[in-house]
Design a protein around this ligand. Structure first.
Ligand SMILES: [Zn+2]
Length: 429
C-alpha cells in the first residue's frame, strides 16, 4: 500500500499553507521577509539536505566534477552555475534555488590524506556479492532485481495515452499490458537463475492511491507556482500527468527504495513514433535504445528536489554501474531484437560513451529509483512489423514475419535482458 514519505507529507502541508496564504495576500506585512514557494518537480519532495551528511569526505573534487560534467549536467557548468559552486575543498550547493538567503549546503571533498569510504547506499555492486562457483547454473544467485513494467493497463490506459488501434478487427495496442507481459517472463526466468525479483506492479491497476479527481488542487497550485495560468484545461492536463506519471512513479519509487531496496532496476517500455493520436497510422522507424540517468537541463537542476536527487546519484557512484550494466545488456538486446539504434540530438538525450544504443536522459523513474537503473525503449509499437507481432501475442516456438522466424515479441524482449544480465554477472562477480 502507498505510504507517503515524511517529505511528501511536508510538501502537502506546505501546499495547504500556500492555499491559506492566498487569503492574506491583500494585507502584506512590510516587515515580513517573503520566502517564495520552493521550485520543485511535480509532486516532488522537499529535500532534507542533512541527508547528504553521510557523504561528507567520500568523493574527491576531480571525481565529483567529472561525473557532474560528463554525464549529469547537459552543457557542463552552464547548467549549474550559481546553484552548485565547486571550490577547492568543497562543493557549495544552494538549498533553495529561488531564495539564496536559504543558504548553501557545504559538501566537503575527500582529499588524499583522508581514508576513502564506500558511499552509503542500499544497492550492492556485483563485486560486493558472494563469488560464483565455476559453471554455476545460478549466476544471478543473491542478486535482488526490481522490474518496473512501465505505465498502467486495463481501464487505466485512457489516462496515459499509450494505447491505440490501427486497422479493423485488430487488438488494441496497450503499452502498460505489454510491459507487464515482459515483466512476468523476466520474473520467472531471472528467478530460475537465482535472482530475487520484485515487480513494482503486478496487475493492470495503479500503485498510487491518488486519482485525477483528488489531484485537482495540487495541479492548480503547481501551475500557480510556475507562473502559469491555472485554466481548467491546464489543470485537467496537469492533474492527468500528475496521476499517470508523477504520483504513480513516486508510489512505485517508495516501494522500491523503502521495501525492495534492489541491486538494480529494469524499467520496461515499448516505444512509439510520433503520430496523430486521433488517426493512428503506421510509421517508418523501429529502433532500440537503453537509457541511463543524466543530461539534466538548467531548469531541472533548479528544482531543489531534482538537484538533490542528482547529487545522491553522483555521490553513490551509480553512473559506473549503470553504464557497465547497460553496455552488457545492449549487446544481447541488439542480437535478439536485430533493431537499429536511435539517435538523440544532445538536448533531451546525450551520449556518454561509444555505445550508439546507450543514452543519458533525465526521466522521473531513472532519477528517483535510487539504484542503478536500466531504462528500456524499444520496438516502435506503430511500426507495421511490431504491430503484427503484438497481434500474434504470446505464441510458442517461432513464427515468420517478413521472411524471418521470430520468437514472440515478449519472450524476445525478455531474452535480450536475461542473456545480458547472465553475461554481466558471470563476468563481474
Ligand atoms: Zn513507455
Amino acid at each position: 500500500m502507498r505510504r507517503r514519505t515524511r517529505n511528501q507529507r511536508l510538501y502537502r502541508l506546505g501546499f495547504m499553507a500556500l492555499v491559506a496564504n492566498f487569503a492574506f495576500d491583500a494585507i502584506p506585512l512590510e516587515a515580513e521577509v517573503e520566502v517564495p514557494n520552493p521550485f520543485i518537480a511535480r509532486l516532488g519532495k522537499l529535500p532534507d539536505w542533512s541527508d547528504l551528511d553521510d557523504y561528507q569526505y567520500t568523493i574527491t573534487r576531480e571525481e565529483f566534477t567529472y561525473l557532474l560534467n560528463h554525464c549529469y549536467a547537459r552543457n557542463q557548468e552552464e547548467e549549474y552555475r550559481d546553484l552548485i559552486r565547486i571550490e577547492q575543498d568543497r562543493a557549495l550547493i544552494l538549498k533553495q534555488s529561488n531564495h539564496p538567503a536559504s543558504g548553501w549546503y557545504d559538501l566537503r571533498f575527500r582529499t588524499d590524506s583522508l581514508i576513502s569510504a564506500t558511499p552509503k547506499r542500499y544497492w550492492r555492486a556485483p563485486t560486493e556479492l558472494d563469488g560464483l562457483q565455476p559453471n554455476s547454473t545460478r549466476p544471478l544467485k543473491g542478486v535482488c532485481i526490481a522490474i518496473d513494467p512501465g505505465h498502467i493497463g486495463g481501464r487505466w490506459v485512457i489516462w496515459d495515452d499509450r494505447h491505440f488501434t490501427i486497422g479493423k478487427d485488430t487488438i488494441e495496442v496497450r503499452e502498460g499490458e505489454m510491459t507487464l507481459a515482459v515483466a512476468r517472463i523476466l520474473q520467472r526466468d531471472l528467478s530460475l537463475l537465482g535472482a530475487t525479483v520484485a515487480l513494482t506492479r503486478n496487475g493492470n491497476h495503479p500503485v498510487t492511491e491518488d486519482r485525477v479527481e483528488t489531484l485537482q488542487e495540487e495541479a492548480r497550485a503547481y501551475l500557480r507556482n510556475r507562473n502559469k495560468v491555472p485554466s481548467s484545461g491546464a489543470i485537467a492536463k496537469t492533474a492527468k500527468a500528475m496521476f499517470a506519471i508523477s504520483s504513480e512513479i513516486r508510489a512505485r519509487s517508495d516501494l522500491l527504495n523503502e521495501e525492495f531496496q534492489p541491486d538494480l532496476a529494469l524499467c520496461l517500455h515499448f516505444n512509439a513514433s510520433p503520430m496523430n493520436m486521433r488517426r493512428p497510422s503506421f510509421q517508418g522507424p523501429n529502433h532500440l535504445d537503453l537509457l541511463i540517468n543524466g543530461c539534466y537541463s538548467r531548469g531541472e537542476i533548479e528544482e531543489d528536489d531534482t538537484r538533490f536527487e542528482m547529487l545522491l546519484r553522483i555521490l553513490q557512484r551509480i553512473y559506473y554501474e549503470e553504464v557497465r550494466l547497460s553496455d552488457a545488456i545492449s549487446r544481447t538486446m541488439k542480437f535478439e531484437t536485430r533493431l537499429p539504434s536511435f539517435s538523440y540530438d544532445g538536448t533531451n538525450g546525450m551520449s556518454v560513451n561509444n555505445n550508439d544504443i546507450l543514452w543519458a536522459r533525465n526521466l522521473l523513474a531513472n532519477r528517483v529509483f535510487m539504484c542503478p537503473v536500466v531504462f528500456f525503449e524499444l520496438y516502435c509499437m506503430n511500426h507495421h512489423e511490431v504491430h503484427a507481432r503484438v497481434q500474434a501475442g504470446e505464441y510458442r516456438g517461432l513464427r515468420e514475419f517478413n521472411g524471418t522466424y521470430r520468437k514472440n515479441i515478449y519472450q524476445e524482449y525478455a531474452d535480450g535482458i536475461t542473456a545480458g544480465l547472465v553475461n554481466y554477472f558471470r563476468h563481474r562477480r
